[in-house]
Ligand binder design. Structure first.
Ligand code: ACO
Length: 362
């Protein structure tokens, strides 16, 4: 008997928790966050507003968007004041690993809920690490700005255009929560032991970094660079698939149709006036990749996922590639913290069983 025959190796279809935070309908290609469809939310709600809804649901108390905006501003300032300590263990590490070390160094901030201390600190750390890698000094936050606008400002050292801040805001809303994805599951497991939110979020980030999850956008851009031109699309993709490689930014465990987040992000890129990867070229890669995957894996619809247009959007926003996964984490941390609270309110330790396939001693 193989492990697979009794229990899915990837826990496919296993319900690991009940949640009121978000729902992924893989057949219909729909994502509901805090009771609203993503399409509506990304057009009408700020990251602060969606985060307020998630935290309200998770904690069972009403938290308003203005409160979240103020708390995140304070948290960005506090993180900046302690930056030398936060970054101490990240010296010499690449940005993605340095971010892990700095997130692990976070702790409670007096007067702030832990979730705000965490979500507020994340863009400060991401921007400081990205700038350090480029030989630049960190830029202090401006708590009067929205979280997305200040994130871009701290990354670049200058205020972004309104359209750019809106595009990053739509991105943070789009990725803030997504059902029982691997990083959220990791965060919930840690929170279920009654470890604090800092522990849970560090675990969530570690799970996010792999290329099968939130580590894919950098490889997506590397793939688009390697393809290079329209004439090369077919040859490059056919060769990659014949070598048994996975196309980065394609496929999803739950979605059987196109990831709805891809559309929202594609629209957001369109508002940036043609900067970065040509959208016509990207659409051709998408269409050819989808058809080639349909031939290679006829039993499994494989379409573009969130990471394909994440890569293109973050590149168009002039965010350095090395910071893509940390910037993803700054959005997803809203979901991780809400799930950690929701899990703790169940009072139940997550402790599944395993199927023993080893030797039974005589
Ligand atoms: N390119 C080529 N083949 C693929 C791809 C792909 N992108 N995705 C899946 N497949 C293949 C698998 O190898 C498998 O083939 P097999 O049956 O011959 O072994 C078959 O399609 C079915 O795979 P699934 O079971 O549907 O895939 P799974 O649910 O395990 O994986 C995942 C989902 C990890 C996202 C996968 O599609 C993948 O590796 N994609 C590329 C990386 C990527 O884009 N990651 C970002 C995901 S989005 C996010 O987490 C935020």
């Amino acid at each position: 008997m193989t492990l697979h025959s009794k229990t899915p190796a990837g826990l496919d279809g296993v319900i690991a928790a009940a949640t009121a935070l978000s729902h992924v309908d893989g057949e219909r290609g729909e994502l509901v966050i805090a009771g609203h469809r993503l399409g509506e939310l990304a057009q009408s709600a700020s990251f602060e507003a969606v985060t307020a809804r998630l935290w309200s649901l998770a904690k069972g108390e009403e938290i308003g968007p203005e409160r979240v905006k103020v708390d995140l501003g304070i948290a960005r300032e506090r993180a900046f004041e302690t930056l030398p300590r936060l970054l101490a263990a990240s010296e010499g590490l690449p940005v993605v690993s340095g971010f892990r070390a700095a997130v692990a160094a976070l702790g409670p901030v007096e007067g702030l809920p832990d979730e705000a201390a965490i979500v507020g600190a994340m863009p400060v750390i991401a921007a400081a690490l990205a700038r350090r890698a480029a030989g630049l000094s960190p830029v202090a936050p401006d708590p009067s700005l929205g979280h997305a606008a200040d994130t871009l400002r701290m990354l670049r050292g200058e205020a972004p255009a309104e359209a750019e801040a809106k595009a990053l805001d739509a991105y943070l809303v789009t990725v803030c929560d997504h059902g029982m994805n691997a990083s959220t599951f990791a965060a919930r497991v840690v929170a279920s032991t009654n470890a604090d939110l800092f522990m849970a979020v560090t675990a969530g980030y570690c799970a996010l970094t792999g290329p099968l999850h939130g580590g894919a956008p950098e490889p997506v851009l590397a793939m688009l660079d390697a393809i290079g031109s329209r004439e090369n699309i077919a040859g490059w993709i056919d060769a990659a698939l014949s070598r048994g490689e996975r196309l980065m930014g394609f496929g999803h465990r739950i979605y059987r149709v196109r990831d709805p987040r891809a559309d929202v992000l594609r629209k957001a890129v369109g508002l940036l006036g043609g900067r970065g990867v040509d959208l016509g070229f990207a659409a051709e890669v998408e269409a050819y990749g989808r058809d080639a995957l349909a031939k290679a894996k006829p039993d499994r619809p494989l379409d573009t996922n969130v990471e394909f247009y994440t890569a293109i959007l973050l590149d168009a926003l002039r965010i350095p590639r090395a910071a893509f996964t940390p910037v993803f984490a700054t959005g997803r941390a809203a979901g991780w913290t809400a799930h950690a609270r929701e899990q703790q309110r169940t009072g139940r330790l997550l402790r599944p069983a395993s199927l023993y396939t080893g030797v039974v001693p005589g």
